[in-house]
Ligand binder design. Sequence first.
Ligand SMILES: Cc1cc2nc3c(=O)[nH]c(=O)nc-3n(C[C@H](O)[C@H](O)[C@H](O)COP(=O)(O)OP(=O)(O)OC[C@H]3O[C@@H](n4cnc5c(N)ncnc54)[C@H](O)[C@@H]3O)c2cc1C
Length: 342
Amino acid sequence: MIVETWLEPVKPMLVTWVQPKDWQLLSSFERSLSEISHDKSKGQPLQAKSLLASEYGMVDVERKLGGLDRSPLVQALIQFICGYHDLDYRDVAHVGHGRMIILHGSQRQQKLWMPKLASGSLVGIAATEAHGGSKIQATKTIARKNGGKHLLSGEKVYISRIKEAAVFIVFFKFEKDETLSAALIDIARKGVAIETWEPMGLRGWSWGKVVFENTPLTELEVLGARGQGTAIFKEHFVYYRPMVAMTTLGVAAAVLDRTMDHINQRRARRDIAEPRDTCLESVGHHCAAINAGILSALCAVVQNVENSPNSSLWSRMTKAWSVEQAYHTVSELALFMGAAGF
Ligand SMILES: Cc1cc2nc3c(=O)[nH]c(=O)nc-3n(C[C@H](O)[C@H](O)[C@H](O)COP(=O)(O)OP(=O)(O)OC[C@H]3O[C@@H](n4cnc5c(N)ncnc54)[C@H](O)[C@@H]3O)c2cc1C
């Protein structure tokens, strides 16, 4: 059990935010996910998400909006469990980008989208453009006034969940505005075209390009206020990055356990006498690094929960470091399994 092995050491440090009832929830989530993942008829990510939605889909959402009102720390631990089972399960038990609707949606938007979020619908984010996602302010996706409404045109690339998402939060500028805005746009709307791309690595959910061509947009679909896009984006990713970090660290922990199982089986069969020192050194190094990553990601979540001025910095650092560490762990430890690791 992952909760009793990998997550046990952090228990005493999280008592302020993670209560005994939360640890029970985590254990029951782990059992449910394990059952689902072993059942071929239920184990696809989208099916798993809808099966888990009613109990685990809105763990850190307020009760008045239909959630369980638990801390984001609990959600971060859930992400680790998801990653441990399968990186493709990264979206099966959270509201993900839907959190922006929860925090900034108008009453009308929440009325429309909250029931869908509660039943496991996904919310996508369409921010990146071909000129470079790190320059989101330089968006070329523009809403131009046309009579009483606006028409949105532009192209967004590398967009995840492109087929599965029920709605997209699109970042753009109103013509003549200096600042970004965000709006909720249903992909099935007239004037929206998608192109799916086959990823080389990360799978589980679709991804690709969205093209807006004179897509009608009303002010009622703007998320938050006009011009608030950058603030919404930044605030959301302070929350979201440590969740990504915890998911990838879960993957790394699973590869480490799988590697040790493989070595122990070879030892039991007397295929090898003992694991080499260099192998044990490497496993020890990665085990320490994964634990350091878990501490750093949970610390980033705490910084955000406590509204610390350093929360953005922590969130960026922990994601960058943890994803890279998980990549190294998977690349280096899988080699100890030889061909089986591939
Ligand atoms: C798996 C995956 C899923 C994604 N899902 C989504 C999604 O759902 N929605 C969405 O909107 N986007 C998504 N993205 C896109 C992601 O957010 C972008 O990759 C990110 O914003 C960085 O943008 P970019 O890839 O265009 O890189 P760029 O901004 O082009 O940067 C590329 C490299 O250039 C460097 N660089 C930038 N400026 C300079 C400079 N002046 N000098 C030197 N180096 C520089 C950067 O540091 C970086 O290393 C996804 C990406 C991945 C990999």
